[in-house]
Design a protein around this ligand. Structure first.
Ligand code: PTJ
Length: 243
């Protein structure tokens, strides 16, 4: 039993949920390591949405609004952490929700689909094909989903697929706390924020956005700016500790 007075209560409760979801097979065992890496970068960033990330979240909302065929790609960690938030983003954006896994098994796909469905998502199903140029199982996707998407949100992604999607001329919005990862370096728009803060923020922005403003926001996206902003935030925080 974790006391609510514990200074790291939220983090500890989230860890407990991730461990439960790993035991049930929703989260891959490797996903626990990925979560720990995310926690470490969130610590460095200050466990808040930085002004740079808030700006990226507004642009992400604009990309959803102006997209013809937006897709939200969901893995085990993301479903365990924020299925409800994904359902709300889907309701507001009309995007397709597709389960796409690094550690792919049919059993895990069914379990993750069940969590998302319970939260209120409509999850695309049916046959998959190797539509992304990757030897790995992450290359498998739905023809009416990721394969034909113009804008794809990829939370907690591995870099290979983000790069492959960009090479297919897709607009890739990544959510990843690590400003040094290949995902944040290659995505069209890296949102360097914790996923449970980032997805509700994108939904909030989307609710208040009009098409004309959105069209202006998506012109000339400079993804590297958000990488630089996050690195400067971390650098500033580290220097402050030394002072
Ligand atoms: O469910 P599966 O089989 O698809 O596997 C999912 C994982 C996450 C295991 C898989 O995609 C993977 O190995 O990812 P990586 O390469 O470890 O990348 C995950 C990235 O997400 C890392 O750079 C972490 O820093 C970041 N991350 C972890 N937790 C969070 C996060 N970013 C934002 N919010 C988080 N809560």
């Amino acid at each position: 039993m974790i006391p609510t007075s514990h200074p790291r209560y939220k983090s500890l409760i989230t860890r407990e949920r991730m461990a439960t979801c790993a035991r049930s097979g929703v989260v891959a065992m490797e996903g626990l390591t990925a979560h720990g890496r995310g926690e470490a970068f969130d610590y460095l960033i200050g466990e808040v949405t930085t002004p740079g990330a808030a700006e990226a979240e507004r642009i992400a909302a604009a990309l959803f609004l102006t997209a013809k065929h937006p897709v939200i790609s969901v893995n085990g960690n993301t479903a365990a952490l924020c299925a409800d938030a994904i359902a709300e983003l889907q309701a507001v954006s009309g995007a397709i929700v597709e389960v796409n896994l690094f550690h792919r098994t049919e059993e895990r796909i069914l379990k993750i689909t069940a969590i998302l469905t319970k939260a209120g998502c409509t999850v695309i199903d049916g046959p998959v094909a190797r539509c992304i140029p990757l030897e790995h199982d992450r290359g498998l996707c739905h023809i009416d989903g990721i394969a034909t998407a113009d804008v794809i949100l990829v939370p907690l992604e591995d870099g290979d697929r983000a790069a492959a999607l960009v090479s297919m001329n897709k607009t890739v919005i990544a959510i990843d706390l690590n400003p040094l990862s290949r995902t944040t370096q290659t995505a069209t728009l890296p949102v360097i924020d914790e996923v449970t803060r980032a997805i509700p923020a994108i939904t909030r922005e989307l609710k208040g956005l009009d098409r004309k403003t959105a069209e202006t926001l998506v012109r000339d996206i400079d993804g590297k700016k958000y990488v630089r902003d996050a690195i400067m935030t971390i650098k500033g925080r580290l220097i402050d500790v030394l002072d």
